[in-house]
Design a protein around this ligand. Sequence first.
Ligand code: GLN
Length: 542
Amino acid sequence: MDKEPVFLFVTGGVISSLGKGIAASAIGLLLERQGYPVAMMKLDPYLNIDPGTMSPFQHGEVYVTDDGAETDLDLGHYSRFTHTPLSKISTVSSGQIYEEVLKKERRGDFLGSTVQVIPHVTEEIKRRFRVCAEQLHGFGFVIAEIGGTVGDIESQPFLEAIRQFRYEKGHSCLNVHVTYVPYIKAAGEQKTKPTQHSVQALRQIGIFPDLILCRSETTVGPDERAKISLFCNVPDNSVFDVPDVDLIYDVPIVLHNQNIEGAILQRFGLKEKAVDLSDWQRSSRPSVSTPPVVKIGVVGKYVKHQDAYKSLYESLYHASCKVGCQLKIEKLDPEKIEGEFPSTFKDLDGYLVPGGFGLRGWEGKIATATYCRTSKIPYFGICLGMQVLAVEFAREVLGLQDANSTEINAQTLHPVISLLSEQKEVANLGGTMRLGAYPCKLHEASLAFQAYGSHTISERHRHRYEFNSKYLADFCKKGAHITGTSPDGSLCEVIEVTNHPWMLGAQFHPEFKSKPTAPHPLFVAFLQASLDNAQAKTGKLK
Ligand code: GLN
């Protein structure tokens, strides 16, 4: 097939947080099921080069790709729903666009012209669309999601680039507008006017939506959809009802039931085939009908922000479907745990300490590790959580009371966690951590090997500090083993505490690779151990 790829541009109207990323991912999944490859990308209007330097309170999770891009969390949705390639190509910010244009200007590439938003900035944006399409190596769909809401000043260059692109490409583009239809309680009605206004704002820029996805708390009925169709100039079979659902993995089903993929394929003269999504539905639900409850405590300083540990919560959920349990997550603020571990938390079945940075909540995380180690409760430490495991072990088992990470106390007498050697000269914060996928060798007699069933794995990293190998022999002697290392053995990637049902720390971030159809082995093993613990407590086992 030498047909040109099709470009779907996904914009948002009325308000943010409508779940554009999930809608885009669901469309991606449905097109893949029709046999077409998809390449997804996110364009964010902010001026930061990437979200790596932003607070998780502002931006939510930073998702990391194999090639080390620090990206928006929507890429996590893309990877969980589809098989899209994800890399530096898949993530674009205004900051990156301007940086590139200004670099060219300094080099003199523009040969004396006045450098302007149109055409120079818009050309660079359009170039990114084309670079993303090259990954398809032929026909397929590029799905480009534009962050923010139509009407925002800062997203205008992106929208203008889409307008130009469509003008140039003619029929190989489609605009998908995700909008909000509020229910006004006092009037007892759903209101379509905000949608009409946001479509008007799009049309002013010269973009005419082809499909409209109506997000709402409840169903958007046929009358409202007919109104939207009429006022927005979109055929009524192209206005879709996307109400809130309990499970985000049901969004593809909601759209499939209205045959969105048929509406898309028809536009391009492509044949639609019957597909069965029951495997997808099965994989995103617990595998047994009355699953036992497993309660997991997530101890992190950003727990109040629901998106700060997005991939991690999703990975726990995927694992719970596989293990066959009903997951209850208790979000615990480590600043409230300092000192003695409060008894109210003691009925949880397993604890997870996620990645993080800085001093705040550190001692509460250490207290969590002490509690799990001494009470033999499953503990899973990810990145900073692994470093917590190591420091706690050094303090309480090796008796090195001052042990610490030099990130927390640079003057510590026992720097069990210290700066990676390549980090010592690093001055800039942005994009300078040990980032992306690295291979890791696993020891055969380990929980990690049991979980992965493989000697070599590849996982993604995002950190500056590492386990200090000076302490390796002492750790081993006292029952904490380094069971995963870099191929040359120099960097510790996994630590496990023996004489404990399941206490494991990983320097990498396994949560970035879990999918409903492929739950991550470490999360599955951790949840299985937590389920065993829950059942032992209620006397159902042993
Ligand atoms: N702050 C720690 C480091 O830089 C851990 C980072 C993380 O958890 N992602 O090594």
